[in-house]
Write a protein that binds this ligand. Structure first.
Ligand SMILES: *Cc1c(COP(=O)(O)O)cnc(C)c1O
Length: 801
């Protein structure tokens, strides 16, 4: 049906009429979208079946990637590209007077994630399928993904997200594969043939119904599966009417919405329910499949690898123990060998407020059998510690899984898995040497690094077709399959014809973003100005505020001297703040207030513009990265585990202004100091400062005139008629002693920004730097990352049918 455009048109028109029973002229873009979506599903169904059959026949090892978030974004165009049918469809549509990009816009983003962690899971799925690796995702089918952000009066408002409102073309509901999950109740022990057995009584049962989405590899016949679980009432029989309504509400609430925070531990019972719901349904499904194929459950970990993305799915450890012991009748020791052999864990943060822990008072009543098992794991672990460190109560208390009335999820992950990885070299080093040093001492073999990556298929090929063509016309197309081949571009870094074309491509992408900015914000920006962009979740450690303080300072310089010779700059922000994160929301208000003031000021002759783009999400991000000149990656050193936004900018030829944090360090090592703008304290300096109780930020306020002026403007109503509006921000910088060292890094940041200004004026040299960045970005393809996971953690191999 996609072999050529004539076939496509015929099939499409037929299917459109059959589905909607109306003439072509009356069909809407939405009808076209739905029809094309269903055609694609039909088209891949054979490969989907074959892939699963192959995995069954082959009996090789498979990996299941458990994640509380999958931030997929839109799938239509991405699927067309991976299937190699984007051109056929685009041209066929053009004949019919349909613009493919209009049809794309119909699709709602699948926004089942907050930010980096969820997007990483989505990039990994794409790489797994493309590399023909037997790997599947398991997640939750939230009815409402991450909230939609509206900016009103400069403030963030949150609206419920509704990605399912028009149905979902990509998913297949599989009621026959539903499983039941038990909450509450109590555990009873009894004797069976001299063996102590446990059963869960009076539990409340919830049914998990899988909704499968095909994950289509690029230029491959592999179609893997993303299985999203929907929570539904188990059975409405045998319950009185009043209870039924309550039960139905409470059950459906489990998959109702995604928790909108990416760096705090919520501690809410519904969140714990979500976590166990994901883990129990996934493991039951995995074991059911396993038993259809294999006789001996004792070989489970030889055939199955289960990866937990952060601690949210870490209950997979006690849940697997439960199934192996209570259902399969294994001994504790056998179950433990299988469990630790199967499970591996990725740590995503060292922020203490994000390290999950659950009060026993919440945990035990909700999951009584799971709590018993964790308790037993803890007892045995503490005994092991006692043998190594007899009498060292302090250490044992620190390392225990259960202590001070809390269950510590990261400790459970460290003890119950065979692999623990950080997501950038520096992050893994910090885990080994500091945050998890005590665990590293007893389990050194478990620790390893897997620097994050991004799929270049979405973040370059799909979102930047012009740069894609330029690269392929210059060095051929091998880089698409082997992204390290982007290095061939190094030979062109001084080729004036190549640089000229690179400049044109960037200019066109900037023009497009300028149009989006005009349409959404009504602000006219100069596409020849430097596009300096910071897009990511709003969080104090990411230091959007440092960026704003510097913008205000630049503005002050221009007001003092209107003929100051600076290169015109457009500062663009995009960021959602967690709804309960008051401080982060204040920063959004500040960005908008500063934008309002600066954009209206005629005296600075359009040398500065500030834009806040609302509702930052994957589909918007795809327009932003290709248009960036400067990428802001300015987190307090040691705080950003890796970052992946930094990689998306880099592969689109933006230059990084960044701290020595996360993957920025590896970027610098690859491109060299002359092709990146590094500033500020390094991780060791920051960690030393923390050890010594911080610094005196007020000294910087008193001694640095620039800082003094900017902070006074936050206090004196310069940006707001409400003089108290930004008080919490001033307090964080002065009264609370600037926990993230903005004032300490300010001077260094301002200097490097001057260097950016200078560098941009030498157009040739700038483009040369861009070329080096693109050429070296292949290392950050998630294909590289996934190959490392496959070989070093999961021990799985590629298969082709
Ligand atoms: C890549 C991405 C992120 C992560 O960005 P960081 O700069 O690494 O924090 C967050 N949100 C979206 C929509 C993304 O595409």
């Amino acid at each position: 049906m996609f072999s050529n455009k004539e076939n496509f048109k015929t099939y499409f028109l037929q299917k459109l009429e059959m589905t909607y029973g109306k003439p072509f002229e009356d069909c809407t873009n939405s009808d076209h979208f739905q029809t094309l979506g269903h055609m694609i599903r039909e088209y891949v169904s054979g490969d989907w079946i074959n892939t699963n059959e192959l995995y069954r026949r082959n009996k090789g090892k498979q990996v299941y990637y458990l994640s509380i978030e999958f931030l997929l974004g839109r799938l239509l165009h991405h699927n067309l590209i991976n299937l190699g049918i984007d051109k056929v469809v685009e041209e066929g549509f053009a004949d019919l007077g349909i613009d493919l990009s209009d049809i794309e816009e119909i699709e709602c983003d699948a926004g089942l994630g907050n930010g980096g962690l969820g997007r990483l899971a989505a990039c990994f799925l794409d790489s797994l399928a493309t590399l023909n690796l037997p790997g599947h995702g398991f997640g939750i089918r939230y009815k409402h993904g991450l909230f939609e952000q509206k900016i009103v009066d400069g403030y963030q408002l949150e609206l419920p997200e509704q990605w399912l409102r028009h149905g979902q073309v990509w998913e297949v509901r599989k009621e026959d594969l539903a499983v039941d999950i038990s909450f509450w109740g109590h555990v009873d022990s009894y004797d069976k043939d001299g063996k102590l057995q446990f059963r869960h009584l009076n539990a409340e049962t919830v049914t998990a119904v899988p909704h499968d989405i095909p994950v289509i590899g690029y230029n491959s016949s592999t179609v893997n599966t993303l299985r999203l679980w929907n929570a539904e009432p188990a059975s409405l029989l045998a319950k009185d009417v009043a209870d039924i309504m309550k039960y139905k509400r409470e059950t459906e609430a489990i998959s109702e919405f995604l928790y909108p925070d990416d760096a705090h531990d919520e501690g809410k019972i519904l969140r714990l329910k979500q976590q166990y719901f994901l883990v129990s349904s996934s493991l039951q499904s995995i074991i059911k499949d396993y038993k259809q194929q294999y006789k001996d459950i004792k070989d489970f970990h030889e055939h199955v690898s289960i990866h937990v993305n952060d601690t949210h799915p870490v209950l997979a450890i006690p849940e697997l123990m439960r199934i192996l012991i209570d259902k399969e009748g294994l001994s504790w020791n056998d179950a433990w060998t299988i469990t630790t052999g199967a499970i591996s864990y990725t740590n995503h943060t060292t922020l203490s407020e994000a390290l999950e822990k659950w009060p026993i008072s919440i945990f035990q009543p909700l999951l009584p059998r799971i709590y018993m098992i964790i308790n037993e794991i803890n007892e045995r672990f503490c005994q092991q510690l006692w043998d190594i460190y007899p009498g060292d109560f302090n250490r044992i208390e620190n390392m225990a899984i259960i202590a001070h009335g809390m269950v510590k999820m990261a400790h459970l992950a460290l003890v119950g898995s065979h692999s623990v990885n950080g997501v950038a070299e520096i992050h893994t080093e910090i885990l080994k040497k500091r945050e998890m040093a005590e665990f590293y001492q007893i389990f050194p073999e478990k620790f390893n690094n897997k620097t994050n990556g991004i799929t270049h298929r979405r973040w370059l090929i799909k979102s930047n077709p012009k740069l894609t063509s330029l690269i392929s016309n210059t060095i051929g197309t091998e880089w698409i399959e082997t992204p390290s081949n982007l290095e061939k571009l190094l030979a062109y870094k001084q080729d004036s014809s190549f640089l000229e074309q690179l400049s044109t491509v960037k200019q066109e992408n900037k023009q497009k973003l300028a149009t989006i900015i005009k349409d959404s914000n009504g602000i006219i920006v100069d596409p020849h100005s430097i596009f300096d962009i910071q897009v990511k979740r709003l969080h104090a450690y990411k230091r959007q505020l440092l960026n704003v303080l510097h913008i205000i300072h630049l503005y002050n310089r221009l007001k003092e001297n209107p003929s100051l010779p600076i290169t015109p700059r457009t500062f663009v922000f995009g960021a959602k703040a967690s709804p309960g994160y008051y401080y982060a929301k204040k920063i959004i208000k500040l960005i908008n207030a500063v934008a309002e003031k600066i954009n209206q000021d005629k005296t600075i002759e359009d040398k500065l513009k500030v834009v806040f783009l609302e509702n930052y999400r994957v589909s918007l991000a795809e327009h932003i990265f290709p248009a960036a000149d400067v990428s802001e990656q300015i987190s307090t050193a040691s705080k950003e585990a890796s970052g992946t936004g930094n990689m998306k900018f880099m592969i689109n030829g933006a230059l990084t202004v960044g701290t020595l944090d996360g993957a920025n360090i590896e970027m610098r090592d690859l491109v060299g100091d002359e092709n990146i703008f590094i500033f500020g304290m390094n991780p060791d300096q920051v960690l030393e400062l923390y050890k010594n109780g911080g610094y005196k930020s007020a000294e910087y306020y008193h001694h640095d005139k620039r800082i003094h002026q900017v902070i006074d403007q936050l206090k004196n109503g310069f940006f707001s008629t409400n003089i108290n509006e930004f008080e919490p921000i001033v307090d964080s910088l002065l009264t609370e002693n600037d926990q993230y060292f903005l004032l300490k890094d300010f001077h260094s940041y301002a200097s490097v920004q001057e260097a950016v200004d200078k560098a941009y004026q030498d157009k040739q040299k700038w483009l040369e730097k861009c070329t080096v960045n693109i050429a070296k970005a292949g290392h950050f393809s998630s294909d590289r990352t996934i190959k490392e996971y496959a070989e070093e953690i999961w021990n799985i191999k590629g298969l082709v049918h």
